[in-house]
Design a protein around this ligand. Structure first.
Ligand code: NAP
Length: 242
């Protein structure tokens, strides 16, 4: 069986992506770091609607945990492989560069940029040998345009864009596609303390996006129908920036 792994699948965009992929009949592995209750809830929703879902907690920024968890999963699923990877786990620790602490810089790069690298590297082997794979990296408007107060986050997300474009060319001959999705403001825990009333006035559509809207785009990129799209960065931001 072919599975999809969604990192940070317990909340926000990852949660919506897990549910959407499961609705398409894809067995889903829900990764999370610490919020087991939220992850269980996503699993219950999927299973109660006739889908297949498993939990696989690990910290994406910890290389050994990534390798151990995926090694164990592969041993327990000898006949299955992960053909779809959504690198979604991410954090924000905003600060002006002049006040930025080493830990704030390191933490954000470790989860988004290093985390995507550790998980992708681990899963590529099977995708290449089976000659099929879909890798979708969740970047951000912040990685395209740059946002003040987010030099760490913008650097991490811009790094993901560079890696997406390079890897897409490395693995294209083996029918593995690699694309990035760049959301603008989407209503999740990550954006809940932002001043939505003020910020939504900047968005031509006049509102924040919904996680389900991002999930629909990811679901298309994860499908066989997206076979000739690779190395792309697709914005989903209500017209905020193009
Ligand atoms: P969120 O609501 O804060 O959820 C973050 C998810 O990532 C949670 O499932 C969390 O797991 C998981 N996570 C965090 N650190 C992790 C780690 N080290 N290892 C494994 N999982 C980890 O965030 P979101 O808004 O859905 O954002 C999802 C992605 O979209 C992020 O990459 C973010 O940068 C990007 N993005 C979001 C927006 C937006 O407006 N919301 C815009 C552009 C890009 P736990 O539940 O266990 O904590």
């Amino acid at each position: 069986m072919k599975y999809a792994l969604v990192t940070g699948g317990s909340r926000g965009l990852g949660r919506a992506i897990c549910i959407k992929l499961a609705q398409q009949g894809i067995p889903v592995i829900i990764n999370y770091q610490s919020n087991a209750n939220a992850a269980e809830e996503v699993k219950d929703i999927i299973v109660n609607n006739g889908g297949i879902a498993e939990l696989l907690p690990f910290n994406v920024s910890d290389k050994n945990s990534v390798d151990e968890a995926l090694e164990k999963w592969e041993t327990e699923h000898a006949d299955d492989y992960i053909s779809i990877l959504v690198n979604n786990a991410g954090i924000r620790e905003d600060n002006l560069m002049i006040f930025m602490q080493d830990e704030q810089w390191d933490n954000v790069l470790k989860v988004s940029l290093y985390g995507s690298f550790y998980v992708t590297r681990r899963l590529l082997k099977n995708m290449l040998s089976k000659r099929y794979g879909r890798i979708i990296n969740i970047t951000s408007l912040s990685g395209i345009k740059g946002l003040p107060g987010q030099t760490n986050y913008s650097a991490a997300k811009a790094g993901i864009i560079g890696a997406t474009k390079a890897l897409a060319q490395e693995v294209a001959p083996r029918k593995v596609t690699v694309n990035a999705v760049a959301p603008g403001f989407i209503s999740t825990d990550m954006t809940k303390e932002l001043d939505e009333e003020t910020l939504k006035k900047l968005v031509p559509m006049g509102r924040f996006g919904k996680p389900e809207e991002v999930a629909s785009l990811v679901s298309f990129l994860a499908s066989e129908e997206s076979s000739y799209i690779t190395g792309e960065v697709i914005s989903i931001n209500g017209g905020l920036y193009t």
